[in-house]
Design a protein around this ligand. Structure first.
Ligand code: ZN
Length: 129
């Protein structure tokens, strides 16, 4: 159940806005056009630009998955709960990163590659899917 101090509506609005943004960016993937150029320098620049565009798309599609998963957790009533330790994620963290799945401590452990955190997180994500 969501705590009264979390404004779920404003978080949902933020998530939906972010979702729309990411979808729009992903739909512009046609922007990656391979232009053949006789000029070698242009080709290198084109390759760099494509590389950046592909990386952006990767990031946005990852973000989109995070956002949709957060929206599912809102539906399920588990939003705001850390997927690893089941403690509440701080309001400040949720306001900054509304799709956060882990509390700060668990996130730091996950960033260090702590497999116990990563494992439960993946299991819970699969359950919620
Ligand atoms: Zn935690």
């Amino acid at each position: 159940m969501t705590k009264p101090n979390i404004n779920i509506n404003s978080i949902m609005t933020a998530l939906k806005a972010k979702e729309a943004d990411a979808s729009r960016i992903l739909q512009s993937r046609d922007a990656i056009i391979i232009e053949k150029s006789a000029d070698e320098l242009d080709e290198i620049e084109g390759a760099v630009a494509r590389e950046i565009a592909i990386r952006n798309l990767d990031r946005e599609s990852g973000l989109l998955r995070e956002i949709r998963s957060a929206l599912r957790r809102i539906d399920a009533g588990t939003f705001g709960m850390c997927l690893h330790c089941e403690e509440e994620i701080s309001l400040r963290r949720l306001e900054a990163v509304p799709w956060a799945r882990l509390c700060l401590q668990c996130q730091e452990a996950a960033d260090r590659g702590d497999y116990r955190v990563l494992e439960t997180e993946q299991v819970r994500l699969a359950e919620a899917a």
